[in-house]
Ligand binder design. Structure first.
Ligand code: HEM
Length: 427
């Protein structure tokens, strides 16, 4: 019996409060696993790099094995995400593997989301973040989640996709609740699922309204912004196959689910990591003040390598197979089981990464597995590489940052997501 099942069984005895308690304990277990995972993986890499746990769960910790798992979507599929995605919105690229829908939807989004847009995305993010930081200067401190990352990302989505939420807080809540169900709720806790389904239902109606309104403006020949929604609707009217309104809606919903919770989470952890490292924080602030965005980016992604947004990716095993065949760690995994590919561990594997314990700003991009590997490598990676350093730039270029006093200055969690981290400007 797995830990989540044990918690569920114990909670059964508690009547009405059981679902709430089960979820709280599960969140806590997640946070503890997250915090302790770097040390745990270090031990695993030395002693037991492929760990088979009861209940059909296998964890792989070496870079080579993580690459093997994520690089072979036929043997290690995304089937665990698929049905959940169908339930919240409809089929989405991360929930299917090498099938026509994956390639079609990926290509349609690629036509609308282009590399040429990236400099503008970065510039808008920088300006928005500067405004948000400036608004908090007189108070001397800012919560980098609720007062910076969440509203800045929401504003970026509004300007680029053309699909704002009803307000930034609701947008972030919808995206987090859906993300929680899709990627974190491995124990399938009912309250998590119910919340996600309820919010997804509201979100679908909201997006349908935005799509309808934009269509009407396009049909009336009015002025429309050149954003992703307009582009997708134009491709639709040019006869792009299968790009009906519902397909547009579920692609946008899926993308935004992958957008708000991830950048906000990654950003909070980057700031947290830098605050723990005096010299690196000073270096990052110097780079920002010098206007060296590439160096700010290098600090951000290196900080993320130590404290990433997610430490492992989940895959389903459709048929019996063997991992690391021909090595002394060769392990048979059974059909119906799941594999956790520990990307955090892979990024610290001394066999593949030069001096992995050192914080370095000159690493090749190939040292990073923050965005996964193989077929499902993050679709938004280039957006993140444009937006996240721009947001960091606006925060770091000002006075020396310190943690706010007391609990507010520590990274706080709201369920499985960073809920706040307050920093003060040390003028
Ligand atoms: C710091 C921010 C982000 C991080 C750390 C991140 C991380 C990841 C990771 C690790 C995966 C692979 C999942 C897997 O293989 O199971 C992934 C996939 C994906 N991400 Fe991101 N992501 C971020 C931001 C974004 C943004 C901004 C978007 C959308 C604009 C996005 C959209 C997606 C999509 C659509 C996929 C699935 C791609 C596919 O199946 O081909 N992500 N992301």
């Amino acid at each position: 019996m797995g830990i989540v099942d044990e918690i569920k069984e114990a909670a059964e005895k508690l009547g009405d409060q059981k679902d709430k308690l089960t979820e709280k304990v599960s969140d806590l277990a997640g946070v503890l696993a997250d915090r302790g995972s770097a040390e745990g993986f270090e031990i695993m890499r030395k002693t037991d790099p492929i760990l088979s746990l009861p209940g059909g769960v296998t964890i792989v910790a070496l870079h080579e094995d993580v690459v093997e798992v994520l690089g072979d979507p036929a043997r290690f599929t995304a089937d665990l995400y698929g049905p959940k995605m169908e339930a919240v919105t409809g089929p989405f690229i991360l929930g299917v593997d090498d099938v026509p829908l994956y390639h079609h939807d990926h290509a349609a989004m690629d036509r609308a989301v282009t590399r040429e847009d990236l400099p503008l995305l970065a510039q808008r993010m920088y300006e928005t973040a500067q405004r948000l930081v400036a608004a908090r200067r007189d108070d001397g401190e800012i919560d980098v989640v609720s007062e910076l990352a969440d509203p800045a990302i929401d504003s970026g989505i509004d300007a680029y996709f053309g699909t704002p939420g009803p307000d930034p807080a609701t947008h972030a809540r919808w995206a987090r609740n859906v993300f929680h169900e899709l990627f974190i709720n491995v124990g399938n806790l009912p309250p998590v699922r119910e919340r996600a389904l309820a919010d997804a239902a509201r979100w679908r109606v909201h997006l349908d309204g935005l799509i309808d309104a934009r269509k009407r403006r396009l049909e009336a020949g009015g002025d429309v912004p050149d954003d992703v929604l307009t582009r997708l609707l134009r491709f639709q009217s040019e006869g792009e196959p299968n790009l009906h309104d519902v397909a547009i809606r579920h692609n946008l919903l899926g993308m935004i689910t992958g957008w708000i919770p991830t950048i906000s989470n990654a950003f909070a952890r980057i700031v947290d990591e830098l605050l723990d490292r005096e010299d690196e924080l000073e270096g990052a602030q110097r780079a920002a003040r010098d206007g060296d965005r590439d160096l700010v980016a290098a600090y951000c992604f290196e900080a993320s390598r130590f404290n990433p947004q997610n430490f492992a990716l989940l895959r389903y095993v459709p048929a019996d197979t063997v991992i690391a065949q021909g090595t002394d760690r060769e392990t048979r995994v059974k059909a119906g089981s799941t594999v956790f590919a520990a990307t955090l561990s892979a990024m610290h594997d001394e066999r593949a990464i030069a001096r992995p314990d050192e914080f370095r700003t000159d690493r090749p991009w190939s040292d990073y597995m923050l965005f996964g590997h193989g077929m499902h490598t993050c679709y938004g990676q280039q957006i993140v590489r444009a937006q996240l350093p721009a947001m960091a730039h606006a925060l770091l270029e000002g006075p020396r940052l310190r943690r706010a006093r007391g609990g507010d200055g520590r990274l706080r969690f709201d369920g499985p997501f960073p809920g706040g981290l307050t920093v003060r400007f040390d003028d």
